[in-house]
Write a protein that binds this ligand. Structure first.
Ligand code: ATP
Ligand code: MN
Length: 461
């Protein structure tokens, strides 16, 4: 007989169906004459209740040994349940213990464990309600992202993970080498000509520059891949390895960029609310109270718009005591971002036209040459979720900006070439995938929305 996932048993099973389910025991209660076993297989939030009569063959060795965490195979008939927790249950015809716990106590007992503790058992945490919900939502969210771009004829681009260009400038890079570090240290110098690529190579911090190349050929592209930043920031919003989505659009300015970003965020929220109802219900109750309501409002709200200059003026007038004092020219910190989106605007807000000194060289210089056509999307609870810009498409201006930023122009010859031959206005943005999962689930630590978090000093699993 073929296995049925519990998701399908619960959503489309009919009374009198014969089913075979396989999963892990959540709880077991033994009564006189029969046992109730709650089984979960991770295909959905819900468990299926199995009723096993003590007269069933092998009851003692299979059912009475099936403790929380044990894996089981159950064949039975779907019957309507007298209990109020569920509408149907399985009356077992056959109950097989597949893997027991060897008599040892299962680390995940019924009580609620802290997320910090669960990080120390990273191999078992997917079996909890919270992490099951988070990782099903993560999967559906990834699908929604591909669906959004596919429906709009964006080409999915695989930008390289190993790069020799030092030019992204988005953060500190992890070096990739096959050189023997001890030998190099003994010699007192490193000869990159002897390294694998015969030059210095690193893990990518952004696929943007490669994305621009393809947008300037295929019009609309997006990347969706792993990104690495060796920034030593131990915050609840930063990982050393994370996933980023980076669309890039030719013949597009900053306004068009923000229109796509807004439609994109709303589409993904709607899709997840619609397709992860049970998991979202759990998050709504146990992770972030009221999150369904607040996300539902975001879908219909118009996102706010503030220039950097307006944002600074509002922060200065706010009367709030910030840890980092506010002045024009400073980098907006998380505390400021949260105030702007939560208190000042009360919904997601784009902050645009930042001072050129605090943004990357490739962002398009505004008239007056003090600011650039950059945008950050700030959302309640998180602050920055998206960073984007219109790119500098004017050859002479870009050359001047590279020189002003003391970058080596020779390294950018191919990037400059895009501005020599058929240059076009173009724009794009980067969405941190894990920030989006935090936004959707209400999880407050980024380590708890990626399967295996990598942070400074931590690569435990
Ligand atoms: P932040 O100011 O929050 O550190 P950033 O300005 O360095 O971010 P960008 O270079 O604009 O980030 O990257 C685009 C997006 O990638 C950000 O808006 C954010 O959602 C995400 N992101 C950036 N750094 C990280 C990180 N270390 N871990 C997880 N997500 C990140
Ligand atoms: Mn940014």
């Amino acid at each position: 007989m073929k296995r049925t996932l519990i998701k399908h048993v619960l959503s489309s099973g009919n009374v009198n169906d014969e089913v075979l389910v396989q999963g892990w025991v959540k709880t077991r209660r033994d009564n006189k004459g029969f046992s109730f076993v709650e089984v979960n297989d991770g295909s959905c939030f819900g468990n299926v209740q199995v009723v096993v009569e003590s007269s069933l063959a092998g009851y003692d060795v299979n059912v009475l040994a099936a403790a929380t965490g044990a894996s089981v195979t159950v064949r039975g008939i779907l019957v309507s349940s007298p209990g109020k927790e569920q509408s149907t249950e399985i009356k077992a015809v056959e109950f097989k213990l597949v893997g027991d716990n060897g008599g040892e106590e299962y680390p995940l007992q019924k009580k609620r464990h802290s997320n910090e503790f669960l990080r120390t058992i990273g191999h078992l945490r997917p079996r909890t309600n919270t992490f099951g919900a988070v990782f099903r939502i993560r999967s559906v969210c990834a699908y929604a992202i591909h669906k959004f771009f596919n429906e709009r004829s964006f080409v999915y681009l695989h930008s390289p993970i190993i790069t020799a260009s030092d030019c992204e400038g988005a953060g500190t890079m992890f070096q990739v080498t096959t050189l023997n570090l001890e030998e190099a240290a003994a010699k007192g110098k490193v000869n990159y000509a002897e390294d694998f690529f015969e030059k210095k190579a690193s893990l990518t911090v952004s696929g943007q520059l490669e994305g621009e190349t393809f947008a300037c050929a295929l019009s609309n592209i997006y990347t969706f891949g792993p990104t690495f930043r060796a920034e030593n920031s131990n915050t609840p919003r930063h990982l050393a390895e994370f996933w980023m989505i980076e669309p890039e659009m030719a013949f597009c300015d900053l306004r068009g960029d923000m229109e796509v970003a807004e439609a994109f965020i709303k589409y993904v929220i709607s899709y997840v609310l619609e397709n992860c109802a049970d998991d979202m219900k759990f998050c709504n109750q146990w992770v972030e109270k009221g999150i369904i309501d607040s996300l539902t409002k975001v879908v219909t709200a118009d996102f706010g718009h503030l220039t950097y200059t307006e944002a600074i003026a509002a922060l200065e007038k706010s009367g709030e005591q910030f840890e980092f004092p506010v002045h024009w020219g400073m980098d907006i910190q998380t505390e400021h971002e949260k105030w702007l989106t939560e208190k000042h605007v009360g919904r997601p807000v784009f902050v645009t036209n930042y001072p050129k000194e605090i943004k990357a060289f490739y962002m398009r210089l505004d008239e007056g040459e003090k600011t650039v056509s950059a945008m950050d999307l700030l959302v309640p609870r998180l602050g920055e979720i998206i960073g984007g810009s219109q790119r500098e498409e004017r050859y002479d201006v870009l050359k001047r900006r590279i020189e002003e930023c003391h970058l080596n122009i020779d390294e950018y010859w191919w990037y400059m070439d895009l501005r020599r031959y058929g240059s076009v206005p173009h724009a794009g943005f980067g969405l941190g995938f894990e920030r989006m999962i935090m936004y959707l689930t209400g999880m407050t630590n980024i380590r708890d929305v990626i399967p295996y978090p990598r942070t400074p000093g931590n690569i435990a699993f």
